[in-house]
Ligand binder design. Structure first.
Ligand SMILES: Cc1cc2nc3c(=O)[nH]c(=O)nc-3n(C[C@H](O)[C@H](O)[C@H](O)COP(=O)(O)OP(=O)(O)OC[C@H]3O[C@@H](n4cnc5c(N)ncnc54)[C@H](O)[C@@H]3O)c2cc1C
Length: 398
């Protein structure tokens, strides 16, 4: 446990503890900083001091943004919100006694708890995946592997490298395009081979047909080999040379492909400790919340972002929803602490999505409406994302 800021300026009446520095909590913290509540001690417990902004993550991998540009530093944000900040990983909850238990032994009491810890890719349980594949989350680990890969390719740009991505949702597709785009900047094109495995016959199942069609066309034109309707069931190390590892990716159909690096971007999943704590969860282990973002089973617990499933409004696990939930979450946390009734929140059904294609262009889509890749759309996306991040730039005296 690392305590990096400590606030306790008033007589404390209630403890509000936030777990995870995800998108909704970043927004809620900013709002608590602008509208503090006296008598409430605010504490953030999060695994990393810097949290990635999902909108700019593929752009960072493609080489358009620095690490700093696409990360929110939670330390100045917590300072602004006058919140205690503990850098630690929560591993359990005691909901009878209202306690949070952290990996390093820290125990934190709460009156009201809010959880925004994101998700991790499912099916790391596929044989060999946990050992040999690189999970897209936690982002900090993904980026460590990515930096190593870039350095290795930079040293040996002549060497053939074969990269596989398991998962053809929006995250997997954007990651594939971003990886290819960056590697092409440092490597000779014929030396890069890319494979995308997806268990369904169509990519990006949460999107309209028109987007799926365009994305499939772009991937094919760029020479990314698509393995649709293929379920990866085994990853076997073949040969460990000093410079490059080789793995065999085996699919249920019998298809076998050799690769050097495998990125795992499958469906989102939740940690076990939420269910073990007794929180009401859906079949995948995500916390079931009412329209107020309050747990269905524990009124002292709130949840938002990927880790929450709104019972009445299920939505895909995407950063855009986590961002939108920030304000209603803040308002309801304030309301419960003030003893007021909570307000329901209804997320949009159709939302504007800008999907980067890794080459300085983006596709725009909303519902059935889609615009093909264009530089102006990337520019538009870039402006939106940079404006979002500006909210978390603090002057030293703020
Ligand atoms: C490669 C890739 C690209 C993507 N691109 C997009 C995109 O372009 N647009 C989009 O909308 N979505 C995108 N997504 C999805 C998006 O990343 C998630 O939906 C979004 O990050 C969810 O936000 P969140 O607030 O729920 O949690 P997160 O942003 O994941 O934040 C969770 C936070 O909780 C902390 N944490 C986790 N576990 C613990 C714990 N046990 N204890 C304490 N702290 C903990 C983490 O350190 C992190 O700071 C992408 C996903 C991937 C994998």
């Amino acid at each position: 446990m690392k305590i990096i800021s400590n606030y306790c300026q008033h007589t404390i009446v209630k403890d509000l503890v936030l777990i995870g520095g995800g998108h909704s909590h970043a927004i809620a913290l900013k709002m608590f900083g602008m509208k503090p509540l006296t008598g409430v001690r605010l504490t953030l417990i999060t695994a990393n001091q810097k949290t990635a902004y999902s909108g700019m993550l593929p752009g960072h991998i493609a080489g358009f943004y620095t690490h700093e540009e696409c990360h929110i530093d939670l330390k100045p944000l917590a300072n602004f919100a006058q919140a205690n900040l503990y850098i630690d990983r929560v591993v359990a909850l005691d909901l009878e006694n209202n306690k949070v238990l952290c990996a390093n032994g820290l125990v934190v009491d709460f009156d009201v708890l809010s959880i925004d810890i994101g998700s991790t890719p499912a099916r790391m349980s596929v044989s060999g995946a946990a050992e040999y594949a690189i999970a897209a989350k936690p982002v900090s680990q993904l980026l460590e592997h990515w930096d190593e890969l870039i350095a290795a390719v930079g040293k040996n740009p002549q060497e053939l490298i074969r990269i596989a991505i398991a998962g053809g949702g929006a995250g997997g597709v954007e990651l594939a395009l971003a990886i290819q785009s960056h590697l092409h900047q440092i490597q000779q094109i014929p030396n890069l081979e890319m494979h995308l495995f997806h268990r369904q016959m169509e990519l990006m199942p949460n999107y309209h047909q028109s987007v799926r069609h365009q994305i499939q066309q772009i991937l094919t034109e760029r020479g990314i080999k698509l393995h649709l309707g293929e379920n990866v069931c085994n990853i076997v190390p073949k040969n460990h040379k000093k410079t490059q590892e080789i793995f065999e990716i085996k699919c249920e159909s019998g298809l076998t492909v050799e690769c050097n690096k495998i990125f795992w971007v499958t469906q989102a999943s939740a940690p076990e400790w939420l269910k073990i704590a007794g929180l009401g969860t859906d079949e995948q282990g995500f916390i079931l919340v009412e329209d107020t973002l309050q747990s269905q089973t524990h009124p002292q617990v709130f949840a938002s972002g990927d880790i929450a499933t709104m019972v009445n409004y299920p939505r895909p696990k995407a950063g855009v929803f986590a961002v939108r939930q920030g304000k209603p979450l803040f308002e309801n946390l304030q309301r419960i602490l003030l003893g007021k009734s909570l307000k329901p929140y209804k997320p949009q059904k159709q939302y504007l999505s800008l999907i980067g294609t890794g080459d300085g262009q983006a596709i725009l889509t909303k519902g059935i409406f889609t615009l093909p890749p264009h530089k102006l759309l990337w520019h538009y996306k870039d402006c939106i994302d940079r404006r979002f991040m500006e909210r978390f730039h603090f002057q030293k005296n703020e």
